[in-house]
Write a protein that binds this ligand. Structure first.
Ligand code: GUN
Ligand code: ZN
Length: 442
């Protein structure tokens, strides 16, 4: 594999089977109706500013550099709405539920990010890994250390990627090395990072209280005040992931109606809030999330691996909650969005529901962009959006190839791709029209 560092200001035309969404597909709808835009053997035109200029069946004129990916699937780059940079080091750690897993594996790994060299190398390795999995934009947890967020912003800027991140806020119930010394110093770190990075190019700041148990009420109030002071800030946290966690939160915050309410009453529930998990929510919580315009980052691989529970996507959708899909690495066991989508399908199947390829792929592309308020920037092939684009092999190896030969109809074809492919199928990735990843022939 090759991570490419060259920049290009040439007009590009990519040929292949283009698939994106013009709107949200209806749950359970398999016919590729209005929302699904499949343009087989078309050209995707990318102008010299890295924006999509259109699609067409005809061969473009010689002013466009033509790159022939015919026979390949071309999708908008995936958007992973919840993933932890420092946790690549503890992916696939054996034998623990959430609270043990944090203490045994995660917190020790995050301690190492106090070192600027570790933070920088970790950020670069992490973003290159995202690109190598076809993920061109992400909402990311750094660590409590200011330097870890700085390193992520710098590395994302160098790659031209859309990145939303922030330093983690924690001032209790974690190792001393991972705690903010006090509320004022945590606030200063956030304010410094916001003034330096928020709104710079494709970078945005997310106020990041890790989860209710590791922030004092005073720290949560400070986080809420930051959000109230600037509505363009994002907020990311975990909510109602695991039953022991939910019970602990009700002991720590006896006055709150629910776990979600701990955040809501501090002003942390708003249209730019990304709530990871939401497995153990009730109807009132779902109604509150829908009314706020926040989204849930469904993290199926993590929910299965940590034994956290089965997220009810249909209940969320019926309540009007926006749902995106996330790897939650290192709780999740793969950065591959296809693997996470297949896990998402299995989780829904256990509840007697079926997640179509359209519902899954929409949630991982345009749906995530829309929920982040970024559908004007990315997530589809609409004219004027930045060309975050991935080229995939339809089928690799004898099993997937044999399956592809007998599929009936477009949904079956795309579902088989989603179920049988992973990062090995990635041929190339473009960020804002610039090639950033290309699989080497070896
Ligand atoms: N809850 C609090 N911190 C974490 C984390 O790092 N990963 C997951 N999955 N849940 C959390
Ligand atoms: Zn997480």
């Amino acid at each position: 594999m090759t991570i490419l560092t060259n920049n290009s200001s040439q007009r590009l035309a990519l040929r292949g089977d283009l698939l994106d969404f013009t709107a949200a597909p209806a749950w359970g709808e398999l016919e590729p109706g209005g929302a699904v835009r499949f343009q087989p053997d078309h050209w995707l035109l990318i102008d010299e500013t890295g924006r999509i200029a259109g699609t067409q069946a005809e061969v473009p004129d010689a002013s466009w550099q033509q790159i022939d990916h015919s026979g390949h699937l071309i999708l908008p780059g995936f958007i992973d709405t919840h993933v932890h940079c420092p946790q690549l080091d503890v992916i696939a750690s054996y034998g623990a539920e959430l609270l043990d897993w944090l203490n045994t594996y995660t917190f020790p790994a995050e301690c190492r990010y106090a070192d600027p060299a570790v933070a920088q190398l970790g950020a670069e390795r992490f973003l290159d890994a995202l690109l190598a999995h076809g993920t061109t934009a992400a909402v990311v947890f750094a660590t409590v250390h200011k330097v870890s967020a700085e390193a992520l912003f710098e590395a994302a800027e160098a790659r031209g990627m859309r990145l939303i991140t922030g330093k983690v806020l924690m001032d209790r119930n974690a190792p001393a090395a991972l705690l903010d010394p006090d509320v004022a110093s945590a606030e200063r770190d956030c304010v410094d990072l916001i003034s330096r990075w928020h709104g710079r190019g494709r970078l945005s700041y997310a106020v990041t209280p890790r989860f209710a148990p590791t922030s004092s009420p005073a720290q949560l109030a400070m986080a809420g005040a930051l959000c109230r002071a600037d509505a363009s800030l994002y907020m990311q946290t975990h909510v109602a992931e695991n039953r022991a966690e939910v019970a602990w939160v009700s002991e720590l915050f006896p006055d709150a109606r629910s776990y979600l309410d701990v955040y809501a009453r501090e002003g942390l529930l708003h249209p730019r809030a990304v709530l990871a998990h939401g497995v153990w929510l009730d109807d009132a919580d779902r109604a509150a999330i829908a009314a706020s315009g926040a989204q849930i980052a469904f993290s199926p691989s993590s929910n299965l691996f940590l034994g956290s529970g089965l997220f009810d996507w249909v209940a969320a959708a019926q309540a009007g909650v926006a749902v995106s899909v996330a790897s939650d690495v290192g709780g999740g066991t793969s950065l591959s969005m296809q693997r996470n989508l297949l896990d998402g399908y299995k989780v829904q199947a256990l509840a007697g529901q079926r997640m179509s390829a359209w519902a899954g792929l929409y949630a991982a592309t345009r749906g995530a962009a829309a929920a982040l308020g970024l559908a004007g920037e990315m997530g589809h092939f609409g004219v004027g959006t930045l060309a975050d684009v991935c080229v995939w092999d339809w089928a690799l190896g004898p099993v997937a190839k044999a399956r592809a030969e007998v599929v009936r109809g477009l949904h079956e074809r795309v579902f088989a791709w989603m179920g049988l492919s992973d990062e090995r199928n990635l041929h190339s990735a473009y960020v804002a029209g610039v090639p950033k990843f290309s699989r080497s022939s070896s």
